[in-house]
Design a protein around this ligand. Sequence first.
Ligand code: TYD
Length: 135
Amino acid sequence: MTLVKWIEFRVIGDGRGDLVALEGNKNIPFVIKRVYFLKNMKSDHPRGFHAHKKLKQIMICLAGTCQMLLDNGRSKESIQLNSFSKGLVIENMIWHEMHDFSEDCILMILADEFYDEQDYIRDYQEFISLVQLEV
Ligand code: TYD
């Protein structure tokens, strides 16, 4: 499985601005049950540091930039989010951390399930143990 998977969106741009449409089971590969967004992050306060047992998410950087670290327990990759025209797929069982937020960074996340704290793995060693059990 490749760690970094992007979905490119069609940007409908004209003299009035840019429009991107997101549709469940069309350009988003699941039925969207939840949307949340993050803003006013601090560059020295990274977020995330968890994986989800089942949840699948798409993260879109609507403004600004940040670094995203993805880790499947075997390899890690760090990439920059800097475009509203593509979404980063965050599969289940991927440890993820967001770092180095620009002041104007706004992240929007689409999720295939409602919020459920029981779905979170917030302990890295527990994450590694669960990944090893899967092999
Ligand atoms: P958390 O997932 O820890 O944020 P991050 O991964 O960005 O560091 O969530 C922060 C708080 O917000 C935590 O108390 C749970 C709550 N929360 C909700 O109530 N609903 C949601 O959909 C999400 C994502 C978080």
